[in-house]
Design a binder for this molecule. Structure first.
Ligand SMILES: *Cc1c(COP(=O)(O)O)cnc(C)c1O
Length: 389
C-alpha cells in the first residue's frame, strides 16, 4: 500500500512493481504483467535494456553530474545526434516534458517582446496536454488540470483541435499572437489523430502569419509513431520542438529544439537548469537514440503499429461498446462509449498493464520492440476483457 508520507496527488496505488525485463514487469507478489504502457511512453526499448543499463552504469561510475558551468561532451554529442535526426539546429536540455515546454513558451515570449508586442500570445488547443507547471497547465486544455491553481498565466488563447479555419479567424482578430503550440497527436486528450494534411496546413498558416510552429512531441517523439518525430510523416519542419518521455528510456531528460526562427533568441543568462543535460541523463539519451537507430525501431513501431491497429480493429472494432480503434505507430487508442477507468484494474488482474485516458479511451503505448507474439497476447487479453470472457 502507498505510504502516508507521500502527498496524495496520485491517490492510492495498488500495484508495486519491483523488476522489469523487455516488455514485462513483475510485482512484489511475483505476478508478471505485459507492459502495454511502458511507464507512459518512456521505456520505448523495454525495461532494463542492456545497452542503456551499461551506459548509465559506466557514466555513473565516471561522472554523474558537473553542472552547466562546464562543457559536457555527452550533452554535445546528444545535441548533434538530435540535430541530425530532426533537421533542427539547436538544443536546450532539461529534465522533463513540462520544462521543455516552459522553454518553448519562454522562446515565444522572447520573440514577442523583441517584436514589441505588449502581451505576446500563444495559441493552444482544446484537449491539449502540455504539463503540470503553471504555464504548461495553463496551456493544457483540460479544466481538471487547471482547477484550483488560479490565477492562471496570461498570454494564451484557446482554439479547437483539427480546425485550421478557427485559427485563421484568430489570425484576423488577434495581432498579438506569436506562436501556435500543439501535440501532433493528442495523447492525454484521448489519442486524437488529425487529418492527413493538418500539419502541412498549420505550417503554411504559421508561415503566412509569421507565427512560430511549436510542436509538443513529448509523447509522440523518439520513434513512438513510426518516425523519429511525428512531424516527419508530414514532411514539414517545426520552428520549435519539445520532447522528453522516450528520450532516456527512463532516465529523466527533456529537450527543446529550435530551427532558424528561434535559434538566436537565447543569450547567455536567458535560461538554465542545474541538472539539465547532465552527463548521466545524456549517456542514457545517447544509448537510447543509438539503439532506436541501429535496431530500426521507428520502422518496427510503424510495422507493429499497423499490425496491432488491424488486429485490434478486427477483434474489437465491431463490439457494441467500442466507438473507434485509432492511432499511429505504437500510440494506439480504443475509444469506448462509456467511461471505462475500471478496465485498468481488470486488465492488471489478467496480467496486462494498460491506461485509460480522457475517461473513455484505452491507451496503448507498448515498447517499440514489442514482439508479434506479445502483440498477439495484448490483443487476446483485451478481447477477453471487453467481451467479459
Ligand atoms: C507527458 C507529457 C507532458 C509533460 O511531461 P512531464 O515530463 O510529465 O512534465 C507534456 N506534453 C505531453 C504531450 C505529454 O505527453
Amino acid at each position: 500500500m502507498t505510504s502516508n508520507a507521500l502527498m496524495n496527488n496520485y491517490g492510492t496505488r495498488k500495484i508495486t512493481l519491483t523488476r522489469g525485463q523487455g516488455s514485462w514487469v513483475w510485482d512484489d507478489q511475483g505476478n508478471r504483467y505485459l507492459d502495454a504502457i511502458s511507464g507512459i511512453a518512456v521505456c520505448g526499448l523495454g525495461h532494463a535494456h542492456p545497452e542503456v543499463t551499461k551506459a548509465i552504469a559506466e557514466q555513473a561510475a565516471t561522472l554523474t553530474h558537473c553542472s552547466n558551468l562546464y562543457n559536457i561532451p555527452n550533452q554535445e554529442a546528444l545535441a548533434e545526434q538530435l540535430r541530425d535526426l530532426s533537421g533542427l539546429e539547436k538544443m536546450f536540455f532539461c529534465n522533463s516534458g513540462a520544462e521543455a515546454n516552459e522553454t518553448a513558451i519562454k522562446l515565444a515570449r522572447m520573440l514577442g517582446n523583441k517584436r514589441g508586442i505588449d502581451e505576446p500570445t500563444i495559441i493552444v488547443l482544446e484537449n491539449a496536454f502540455h504539463g503540470r507547471t503553471l504555464a504548461t497547465l495553463t496551456a493544457t486544455g483540460n479544466r481538471k488540470v487547471q482547477a484550483g491553481f488560479e490565477p492562471l498565466v496570461r498570454g494564451f488563447v484557446r482554439a479547437p483541435y483539427g480546425d485550421i479555419e478557427a485559427l485563421k479567424t484568430i489570425a484576423k482578430n488577434n495581432r498579438k499572437v506569436v506562436a501556435l503550440l500543439l501535440e501532433p497527436i493528442q495523447g492525454e486528450g484521448g489519442i486524437r489523430v488529425p487529418e492527413a494534411n493538418y500539419l502541412t496546413g498549420l505550417r503554411q498558416l504559421c508561415d503566412e502569419q509569421d507565427w512560430l510552429l511549436m510542436l509538443d512531441e513529448i509523447q509522440t517523439g523518439n520513434g513512438r509513431t513510426g518516425k523519429y518525430f511525428n512531424y516527419q510523416h508530414a514532411g514539414i519542419l517545426p520552428d520549435v520542438l519539445t520532447t522528453a518521455k522516450g528520450l532516456g528510456n527512463g532516465m529523466p531528460i527533456g529537450v527543446c529544439l529550435t530551427g532558424p526562427k528561434a535559434s538566436e533568441l537565447m543569450q547567455p543568462g536567458s535560461h538554465g537548469s542545474t541538472f539539465g543535460g547532465n552527463p548521466l541523463a545524456c549517456a542514457a539519451g545517447l544509448a537510447t537514440v543509438k539503439v532506436i537507430q541501429e535496431q530500426n525501431l521507428c520502422q518496427q513501431a510503424a510495422d507493429m503499429g499497423n499490425y496491432l491497429l488491424q488486429q485490434l480493429t478486427e477483434r474489437l472494432g465491431g463490439l457494441d461498446d467500442v466507438i473507434e480503434v485509432r492511432g499511429q505507430g505504437l500510440m494506439l487508442g480504443i475509444e469506448m462509449k462509456q467511461p471505462c477507468t475500471e478496465l485498468v484494474e481488470k486488465a492488471a488482474a489478467k496480467g496486462l498493464l494498460i491506461n485509460v485516458t480522457a475517461q473513455s479511451v484505452i491507451r496503448l503505448l507498448p515498447p517499440l520492440n514489442i514482439s508479434q507474439e506479445e502483440a498477439d497476447q495484448l490483443v487476446q487479453t483485451l478481447g477477453e476483457l471487453l467481451t467479459q470472457e
